[in-house]
Ligand binder design. Structure first.
Ligand SMILES: Cc1cc2nc3c(=O)[nH]c(=O)nc-3n(C[C@H](O)[C@H](O)[C@H](O)COP(=O)(O)OP(=O)(O)OC[C@H]3O[C@@H](n4cnc5c(N)ncnc54)[C@H](O)[C@@H]3O)c2cc1C
Length: 340
């Protein structure tokens, strides 16, 4: 079968996806099935790896491991001829019709570029907490609030967001405490009033240590020998957005550093797309996957329209006519529909 890629400069991909997490893999599956010559470049740090049991992804009523989703997604994309390389892209530039990417291992060129580089949730600066990540220490109420129903929950933070987090958590548990970890509270008067009104206690001392066993938190130990028994810890320290490549290309970012996109995941830079948590999406796996699919569809459509505008589809068709049967076989049938 004649392929699009037979007509391309072999040194230039049709599409490169930077980031092989949930958004990037979903895009890759769509692009592979659209027969686009696609390369996924991934440095291997998807946040999905932190989640042992994803309970809110459609189609897995008993949950699915984040690692398993990534493994299956990669397998699925490979089945559609998508290629993968382990590398970290450190720099990018845009030519008239091609992006040039420089990785730690190699250089790459592509006609369309999708950034699905994700974010990094900053864990709290509390000793012993990292081991509990994804098991009893979480970042996301929407992902994990349900699984901590009725438990003892601490929210680490000292700003308005931490207060709202604690208030939102009341839907899941009556036993919620805010822990400022020694920081001076920065919440405003309105939020302070809410803490009083809803009788949410605040611990202001620095956390000296976390008592945990088999990744399950048991208590926070404060300076001055006090401790509080809890089951789960949530934090609101904020996120680091992996937006450096978008910045380099001059794409518009919002005030948090998220890459601005339209409904089809197009950025403000022509031929550049972004999907997943690096955009202003609510950072959930199913949303990242949906955005990846939307980006892939826009890329496929834009490449198709370009092929009409530049007449490259005509070269493709000429090769089909030359090499393949292009008219279905027509044979005469009798009245009963049987071939004569
Ligand atoms: C502890 C924890 C628990 C979570 N639990 C849930 C849950 O239960 N349900 C849910 O819906 N969501 C959950 N999430 C959020 C979920 O992980 C994200 O929504 C999802 O992974 C976002 O997908 P993404 O593709 O945008 O980013 P990611 O999956 O993080 O993928 C980004 C990829 O880009 C790569 N990359 C970045 N920069 C470069 C570069 N310059 N060059 C090459 N590669 C690069 C990274 O290595 C990474 O593989 C959880 C997150 C955490 C941290």
């Amino acid at each position: 079968m004649v392929q699009h890629s037979d007509f391309d400069d072999p040194g230039v991909r049709e599409v490169i996806v930077v980031g092989g997490g949930i958004a990037g893999l979903s895009a890759a599956i769509y692009l592979g099935r659209a027969q686009r010559d696609t390369l996924v470049i991934d440095s291997g740090h998807s946040m999905a790896k932190w989640e042992p049991v994803v309970e809110n992804y459609l189609g897995f009523p008993r949950g699915v491991g984040g690692e398993e989703l990534l493994k299956n997604g990669t397998f699925q994309a490979k089945r559609h001829d998508v290629r993968f390389v382990r590398d970290e892209i450190t720099s990018v530039s845009a030519g008239k019709s091609v992006f040039a990417l420089k990785g730690k291992e190699k250089r790459y060129r592509t006609r369309r570029l999708l950034l699905a580089t994700g974010i990094f949730h900053r864990p709290p600066e509390i000793p012993g907490v990292k081991e509990c990540l994804g098991h009893s220490m979480f970042f996301c109420k929407d992902c994990d609030g349900y699984r901590v129903r009725g438990k003892r929950i601490a929210i680490v933070g000292a700003n308005n967001e931490a207060v709202e987090y604690a208030l939102g958590m009341l839907h899941y548990s009556a036993c919620v405490i805010v822990v400022t970890n020694g920081d001076r509270p920065r919440w405003d008067k309105r939020h302070a009033r809410w803490l009083d009104e809803y009788e949410i206690p605040v611990a202001r001392q620095p956390v000296r240590d976390v008592e945990h066993r088999k990744r399950k938190i048991r208590a926070l130990e404060f300076a001055g020998e006090k401790s509080v028994k809890i089951d789960y810890l949530f934090t609101t320290r904020g996120d680091v957005f992996y937006n450096q490549l978008a910045k380099k290309l001059g794409a518009k970012l919002d005030s948090d550093g998220q890459i601005k996109v339209d409904q089809c995941m197009r950025t403000s830079v022509p031929r550049l797309y972004a999907a997943g948590c690096v955009t202003p999406a609510n950072c959930q796996m199913i949303i990242a996957a949906g955005q990846g699919a939307a980006a892939a569809q826009a890329i496929n459509r834009d490449l198709f329209e370009e092929s009409l505008a530049t007449h490259s589809l005509q070269h493709f068709r000429a090769a089909q006519i030359d090499k393949e049967k292009t008219v279905p076989e027509i044979s005469r049938t009798n009245r009963k529909g049987r071939k004569k």
